[in-house]
Design a protein around this ligand. Sequence first.
Ligand code: FDA
Length: 327
Amino acid sequence: MNPSPSTATRIDIHANRRAWYSRKVLRALLLTLSHQGWLRHWVERSRLSGRFTSRFVAGSTLEEALHVCQRLASEKTLATLDRLGENVTSLDEARKSRDAYLTALQRLIALDLGASVSIKLTQLGLDLDEHACRENVDSLVECAHAGGTRVEIDMESSEYVDRTVAIVSDMHARHASVRAVIQAYLYRSEADIEKLCAHSIPVRLCKGAYDEPAAVAWPKKADVDANYVRLAQLLLDRGAYPAIASHDENILRQLLDYIRKRGIGPDRFEFQMLYGIRRDLQRMLVAQGYRLRLYVPYGDAWYPYFMRRLAERPANVLFLARNLFRK
Ligand code: FDA
C-alpha cells in the first residue's frame, strides 16, 4: 500500500533530519581528526598521499606551486599562494616559515603574475611569542609592499580573532598591502567588518571552516548563508576592494544580481575560490569578465587543510576512497 501524502511527508522529514544529522556528525568527526597528531604524522608520510591530495594541493614544492600560478595566469586567473602549515611549535620553525614565504613572495614578484600570498599567524609564531610573530609578519608585508602585492592573513579559530584583527590593522597602518579575512559564521563579524571598512582595510569574506560553539557562531547553515549575503553586500557597498570567497552557487548568483543592479564595476572587488573546487563556477566567472583569484596551497604539511576540505563536503570522503583504491 502506498503511504498517504502526510505519511510520505513525515518520512521525508525524518529522512532529511537523519541525513542532516549524519552530515553534522561526520563534519564534527573530520574536524576532530584534523587535530590528531598521530594520524597526521602517519598520513602525511604515506606513500599514497599524492593520490588523495592532488585535487586540493598544488604540489609539495614551491616550484610546483609557481608552475600552477603561471598556468592560472595564462587562464586569466590570479592566485594567492598558501605554504601549508599552522601551529608551529618553536620560534625557529616560525622563522623558517617566514623565510619560505619571503622566497615565495620574491619569486612571485619577479614573475609579475599579480599573485599574493596567504599566511596563518600561528604558522609565524602567534601561539609562542606575539612580538616575534609580528616581526615575522612585518618583514613579509614590507616585502609585499615593495613588490606591489599584498599579504592576505587567513583567519583561524575564534580564539585568534582579536589578535588577528589587531595585527592586520597595525600592518595596514604601517605598510598597507594586507587583507583581513572575516568569517560569516561568527556573530561578531559585522562589527569587525564595520571597523575594518572604517580604516579602508580590504577584507576577504568566507563562511568559516572551524568547529565553533553556538556561543560564538551560528550553528545552522541557513543562518550562516543569510549572514554571508548581508556581509558581502555591506562589503560591496562600503569595503575597500573586498574579496568574495565562496563556492556557493546560490549565494554567488544573488551577489552577481546585486552587483549588476548597483552597477558595481568588476575592478572594485574580486571573487576567490579554493584550488580544485567548483572549476565550472571558476570558468563561468572568468568568462563573464570578473576577477577571480584561486587560493593555491602547496607543501608537505597538508593534513589539517585537507581535513577541513573533507569536512566542508563529506561527499569528498567517497571521492577520496575511490581514488585510494583506484588501480
Ligand atoms: P559551502 O560550504 O556551503 O559550499 C557550497 C558548495 O561549494 C558546495 O555545495 C560544493 O559544491 C562546493 N564546495 C565547498 N567546499 C567544498 C569542498 N571542500 N570540496 C568540494 N566542493 C566543495 N575559512 C576560514 O575559516 N579561514 C580562512 O582564512 C579561509 N580562507 C578561505 C579562502 C578562500 C579563497 C576560500 C574560497 C575559502 C576560505 N575559507 C577559509 C574556507 C571557507 O570558510 C569555507 O569553509 C569554504 O569556502 C566552503 O564554504 P563555501 O562558501 O564554498 O560554501
